[in-house]
Design a binder for this molecule. Structure first.
Ligand code: PLP
Ligand code: LMR
Length: 394
């Protein structure tokens, strides 16, 4: 039987991670997988996480099971972080999941149970795993126009036109902030338009929130999703704690279902817990507990927001520095858009052959679609990366 297993090509993003690890050339630069790195090129455990872990080690008396949906205190803390006061708590069902990816999967599972014929609309482009998970599940999906490669911004008119063609039964996936892979986000006025259009068509939004705090700040980054929650009767959210708490391998995530009524939220809550039971029973707790402690202890929370701000400023500083270096190297403004985008990623407009050449000839690694991770740069590597990019994209 197992000899009949189909072949599966490695994941494109994770394959770059492997190729980079195997490269023995000195001076190699990794702008591939979306992992934060500090100015020294490390992905450190956040100091606040170390503190919370030390306290937890002292305090924790049991590792017994908690609840299928995870700890209600974790639900409340994450719901508050993402949605603020946008919607009454009794209209929101919450599910702890293994990472944001687990939340994405459980949101899709719930949507399909609600509507077996659900169609998912993905921005073009999107995080490749969205389409991959949908294909694996056999759920139909289509793209809506999103990115304008000519400006490095949003194709606002195209997006709104495509969203206006959605209807009841459709699920529209939106990145809450720091769009992966483009770094191009809707502005507040765009979010208002999106809310209006979806309100007219009856399609339900699903927000993937993997980078809150990496763009303009914790509140600013959540403004779009909160506006949708305030305006529309229903919405799904997939939240990740991997990046903004640096808890990648602990697998911190949460699926939230904003329902039209408290009664519907109660039903959704039971359904979500059942989905966890079918997949892996109890969700991981360690990272979720650290996040809960950090968000609910005022001192820890202050430390966290300070550390997170420094991470954000480092990435935005790298954006400005790279845009400037590219302007000097290329003698043009064609890469100026990088400075104004947000989050970890930008598309530099390289085709797969150029990406391969930069990797093979100059040990500069990025994803095949030309996506770079801005956090992979340091003050030392920016001039060289700019030189390589400008030369290959001449
Ligand atoms: N969604 C997007 C857009 C992402 O970029 C990621 C990657 O980090 C995730 C979801 C899920 O991340 P994780 O499963 O590591 O929490
Ligand atoms: C990325 O896009 O590089 C990250 O989100 C990591 C991943 O799981 O793909």
């Amino acid at each position: 039987m197992l000899g009949q297993l189909p072949e599966r090509a490695p994941d494109k993003i994770l394959n770059i991670m492997r190729l980079f690890a195997e490269d023995t050339r000195p001076g190699k630069i990794d702008l591939g997988v979306g992992v934060f790195r500090d100015a020294a090129g490390r992905t450190p455990v956040m100091a606040v996480v170390k503190t919370a872990e030390a306290r937890l080690l002292e305090r924790q008396q049991t590792k017994g099971y908690i609840a299928l949906a995870g700890d209600p205190e974790f639900h409340a803390a994450m719901r508050g972080l993402v949605l603020g006061a946008a919607v009454a708590a009794d209209r929101v069902a919450a599910l702890a999941t293994p990472g944001g990816t687990g939340a994405v999967r459980q949101c899709f599972e719930a949507a399909r149970l609600a509507n077996p014929d659900v169609r998912v609309l993905l921005p073009e482009p999107s995080w490749p795993n969205h389409a991959s998970i949908l294909d694996t599940m056999g759920i139909a999906w289509a793209s809506y126009r999103y990115y304008d490669a000519a400006t490095g911004g949003l194709d606002r008119a195209g997006m709104l036109e495509d969203l206006a063609r959605t209807g009841v039964g459709d699920l529209v996936l939106l990145h809450g902030c720091c769009h992966n892979p483009t770094g191009a986000d809707p502005q507040p006025a765009d979010w208002a338009e999106i809310a209006m259009v979806l309100g007219q068509t009856g399609a339900v939004p699903m927000v993937d929130m993997a980078y809150q705090g990496f763009g303009d700040g914790l509140e600013a980054d959540a403004a779009g999703p909160r506006l949708l929650a305030e305006t529309l009767p229903e919405m799904l959210l997939a939240v990740s704690g991997s990046k903004n708490f640096g808890l990648y391998r602990e697998r911190v995530g949460m699926a939230l279902a904003v329902c039209a009524t408290p009664a519907e939220a109660t039903r959704a809550q039971a359904l979500l817990a059942w989905l966890n039971r079918q997949a892996y029973a109890f969700p991981p707790d360690h990272g979720a507990r650290l996040v809960t402690d950090i968000l609910t202890d005022p001192d820890l929370r202050t430390s966290w927001t300070t550390e997170l701000s420094a991470m954000r400023e480092l990435m935005n500083g790298n954006r400005r520095a790279l845009a400037q270096a590219l302007q000097a190297e290329s003698g043009s403004d064609r890469f100026g858009f990088i400075a104004g985008q947000r989050g970890m990623f930008s598309l530099i407009g390289a085709d797969p052959a150029q990406v391969a050449a930069m990797r093979d000839e100059d040990a500069l690694y990025m994803i095949g679609d030309g996506r770079i991770n801005l956090a992979g740069l340091t003050p030392e590597t920016i001039p060289r990366a700019a030189r390589i990019i400008a030369r290959h994209l001449r």
